[in-house]
Ligand binder design. Structure first.
Ligand SMILES: *[C@@H]1O[C@H](CO)[C@@H](O)[C@H](O)[C@H]1NC(C)=O
Ligand SMILES: *[C@@H]1O[C@H](CO)[C@@H](O)[C@H](O)[C@H]1NC(C)=O
Ligand SMILES: *[C@@H]1O[C@H](CO)[C@@H](O)[C@H](O)[C@H]1NC(C)=O
Length: 482
């Protein structure tokens, strides 16, 4: 596999001074893990420094990437992001929770829509997605020849990639200058007659036959949308690892809550996605590690199916009846401090299934299973910490002000028969935003027992998540960003 190194210099928010100053700091947060015995049979606890739960204001990206064949993954609202270096204020906690709710609502509508239209045999709008406001992680890539640097979100929940293009009659404000097709010697518009236009373009190509260019349209259920030409150009994952003829949407009219990113890379399960397009050259599948906090950097690697870490735990990718863009897995249980919560596995097995999503922040699990998790967690936290008011969707928050370290019971997710048990990083268990006087259990219940469950990005933090598409497996490895 080619080397896909893209360093922090690409993500313009990382200052070299900050890197050098902070490279010496040990990995923040974990003071130690207390072993079995405490708090029950086989109980497992993390002792976490309280300050490490709060987002830092400096980018602590390390100089050496954890994996030499990786693109750096940066949180959109943290100090490693270009937004930050421009001095844009981070969004409020309420905004983040609101975006997250919108995304999950939209995912539920999409899945419901797919089921409904299947029975009616209607044509699904090919690229119906969801609001992007919460797709929290982005990478920097180059597009065209010569390559233009672009900061794009990546999204495992949709397939179609797109960037904003010149000329743009109606575009939202973005971080970098618009991509200019005229400025790239390798750019080509997909024509109306091309196979990929029939497959991925919008249906009314022939009616806009003035220039014989294939149109695409991605409509999101919050009224956001991007419209433009389906195109191909060279995508530079790194300066030396390129994907010639990468198919994407060149957006000329884009409206909605896209934030300020230059576009989006779809890593969904469908044929149009970058993951599928990169497969021939870099191998099937991809993997990433989402950093433990917005002030650190993770990675994204293509063709990484082969490089599942030694400690990886595999679970089956559930395929078949479900929405073709999402990656489904089979969540069967949750353990708190080493003990299974008291609810039968069937409480997790909703008819709609469970997806893993890079864009949803907080995991949603069925209400009965959530209630069991919540009571186990509260019991494990005991009376050591004051309870604090909880902003919805949370209902279990603690006031940790005045504490230097906090004992957090381990929370582990069990998949597919219980053979795969994935221990979450403490940053995926207790979530704090503004201050330590409100640190919340970072899960939420689904709207009802039948709804799709979502494994969100907060719970994926620091795990190596391997999408072994060839073998239809998903693997999780501990300390994936280390
Ligand atoms: C559904 O629509 C497709 C395409 O029009 C058609 O080929 C197929 O026969 C239809 N299936 C049913 C069950 O009506
Ligand atoms: C398809 O045609 C309709 C009506 O002419 C137009 O409003 C719409 O923007 C077109 N879609 C694209 C993607 O060009
Ligand atoms: C999920 O796992 C459970 C327990 O192993 C099993 O009974 C069920 O059939 C699985 N569901 C799917 C969709 O694979």
């Amino acid at each position: 596999m080619a080397s896909l190194v893209r360093r922090c210099s690409r993500s313009r928010g990382c200052s070299l001074a900050a890197l050098l100053a902070l490279a010496a700091l040990a990995s923040p947060g974990r003071l130690g893990a207390a072993a079995a015995g405490e708090g029950g049979s086989g109980g497992k606890w993390h002792v976490v420094s309280v300050s490490s739960l709060l987002p830092s204001t400096v980018c602590t990206a390390t100089e050496a990437p954890p994996n030499p064949s990786a693109l750096s993954v940066v949180h959109r609202h943290g100090p490693c992001s270009p937004r930050w270096s421009r001095g844009d204020p981070p969004p409020s906690h309420a905004e983040i929770l609101g975006w997250d709710r919108e995304r999950v609502d939209a995912i539920h509508r999409k899945v419901a829509g797919a089921a409904a239209s299947k029975s009616a045999n209607a044509t699904l709008q090919a690229h119906w997605g969801k609001p992007l406001g919460t797709s929290n992680y982005f990478i920097s890539v180059g597009l065209g020849t010569p390559a233009r640097d672009l900061a794009v979100e990546f999204d495992t929940g949709s397939d179609q990639s797109w960037v904003q293009c010149k000329p743009c009659g109606d575009c939202y404000e973005q971080h970098d200058p618009l991509f200019d097709p005229e400025g790239s010697s390798t750019y080509s518009a997909v024509s109306c007659g091309a196979r990929e236009c029939r497959e991925f373009g919008s249906r009314n190509c022939s009616s806009s036959s003035d220039d014989k260019k294939c149109r695409y349209e991605v409509s999101y259920s919050d009224q956001s949308r991007t419209v433009g030409n389906l195109a191909r150009d060279t995508l530079a994952l790194t300066p030396t690892a390129t994907l010639p003829g990468f198919m994407f949407g060149c957006g000329h009219r884009d409206t909605g809550v896209f934030g300020e990113v230059d576009g989006l890379l779809g890593l969904g399960r469908g044929k149009a996605s970058l993951a599928s397009q990169a497969a021939a050259q870099y191998g099937v599948g991809f993997s990433y590690c989402l950093p433990s906090s917005p002030s650190t950097v993770g990675y994204l690697t293509f063709g990484a199916a082969a490089s599942a870490p030694a400690n990886a735990q595999f679970t089956a990718m559930v395929t078949g009846k479900h929405d073709a863009s999402f990656y489904y897995l089979n969540l069967t249980g949750v353990r708190v401090a080493g003990r299974a919560v008291e609810v039968p596995p069937s409480a997790f097995a909703t008819a709609a299934g469970t997806i893993i999503d890079s864009g949803t922040a907080f995991s949603r699990i069925p209400p009965r299973a959530y209630a069991a998790l919540r009571s186990s967690f509260r019991r494990a936290m005991g009376g050591r910490y004051r309870r604090a008011p909880a902003p919805p969707p949370f209902d279990t928050c603690y006031d940790l002000a005045g504490h230097e370290a906090v004992r957090v019971p381990s929370v582990a997710l069990a998949f597919d028969g219980g053979a795969t048990v994935v221990d979450l990083d403490p940053s995926g268990v207790l979530y704090a935003w503004d201050s330590m006087s409100q640190a919340c259990l970072a899960f939420a219940p689904s709207p009802d027992e039948a709804s799709l469950g979502v494994l969100g990005n907060v719970q994926q933090r620091t795990l190596a998540v391997v999408y072994d598409v060839g073998n239809q497996k998903i693997a999780f490895g501990a300390e994936g960003c280390a």
